[in-house]
Design a binder for this molecule. Sequence first.
Ligand SMILES: NC(=O)c1ccc[n+]([C@@H]2O[C@H](COP(=O)([O-])OP(=O)(O)OC[C@H]3O[C@@H](n4cnc5c(N)ncnc54)[C@H](O)[C@@H]3O)[C@@H](O)[C@H]2O)c1
Length: 434
Amino acid sequence: METTVEIKEAGGKLGVLVVGIGGAVASTFIAGTLSVRKGVGKPIGSITQLATIRLGKRNENRFPKIKDVVPLAALDDLVFGGWDIFEENIYEAAEHAEVLKKEDLDVVKDELEAIRPMPAVFDRNFVKRLHGTHVKTTASRRTFTEQLREDIRRFKDENQCTRIVVMWAASTEIYIPQSMEHESLVAFERALDEDNTDVISPSMCYAYAAISEGAPFIMGAPNLCVDIPAIWELAEREKVPISGKDYKTGQTLLKTVLAPMLKTRMLGLDGWFSTNILGNRDGEVLDDPGSFKTKEVSKLSVIDTILQTDVYPELYGNIYHKVRINYYPPRKDNKEGWDNIDIVGWLGYPMQLKVDFLCRDSILAAPLCLDLVLFSDLALRCGFYGIQSWLSFYFKSPMHDPDHVPEHDLFIQHTILKNTLRRIIGEPTLDYLD
Ligand SMILES: NC(=O)c1ccc[n+]([C@@H]2O[C@H](COP(=O)([O-])OP(=O)(O)OC[C@H]3O[C@@H](n4cnc5c(N)ncnc54)[C@H](O)[C@@H]3O)[C@@H](O)[C@H]2O)c1
């Protein structure tokens, strides 16, 4: 097979360090992956574990599984660790998250109990609803980055890993706008040295430390974090892949399927009202207006780009788009998301579409975490670096080069993902006509 991209082998252990490892998403991801590799759980929702990829023309009938033709790290080679502001082990954390049943957790109880979070870098000004005790106490942002780098090196040594991937599955930080300190690496490092706590968030410390240690960084929340020119510059300099932001799991996943449907049929849109009830810790954090604003910006960005409101002003020139998240403890992790969509047909006649998605937040997010870890490691071994827009498929607010428009349409994102994999393994990329 002709290979166009030189791929380093996935030999040795891959360390997966999760920020917010005691949370619902992280513990569900880790417990599930351990269960799958024991042969008990099924990796439903994971492209790397289940999906096939068509190679060649349709009539050639070649549909191997992605994991059989793309050299991904094996699940047996993953070693988990990470940071949290609470010190309970991951078995206890998963019990508290109340996502997976005790019988499912008990399958991998020993392994989960052995995973203990490292003390976190935390600043209550960035996540107002949480009071963590398991935190690093140093006074300065620069020292935090040095301590995190030491954590990464120690974990790598102790577990004899050849590579590390760092993933953010911690709480959503308050909204901060991009400022001049974020515009270049020099300005960012000056702000780090001056301990400018207004503009350098804890998540930026993690990203800076990971990239400096050569570890790909994945941003699963909508935090500004890696989506600033300073960190793009660092990732380019260190030749490290970065991706984000905000896992696309529930309501936004549906939006990026329904909105392209409206556009391809040239149906109009007057309004889209989305509301959610959610009772887990994420819901509690998002009840704070500062954290909600970060999420809101991420959730709102989707429709305008897909519908090309400037190209079709008569169909999409005046859309009222509203997103709400309501903290409602009884539902725990089992979110319910409603959408009321006011659409317009022939001669301007109004119609309505209603969606009621009774989903499980962390059950939807866990397979994305696994895929993103494996694909980010693949990207590193392929020599890809900087923003990995081919992973847009997984994110609500896909990061993109400043001179590119982000792609939100799920099926276009899917084609980009698969064509990138074809390119990596030296197969011709496909269009739909072959
Ligand atoms: N589940 C989904 O469908 C979904 C989709 C998109 C994005 N997200 C995002 O993923 C993140 C995790 O969601 P969750 O439901 O697991 O939330 P969670 O509240 O259960 O978990 C977050 C964890 O992060 C920890 N934490 C907070 N700040 C930290 C810091 N500075 N360092 C280390 N740990 C820290 C908390 O203690 C907690 O254990 C949230 O930001 C959420 O918005 C989730």
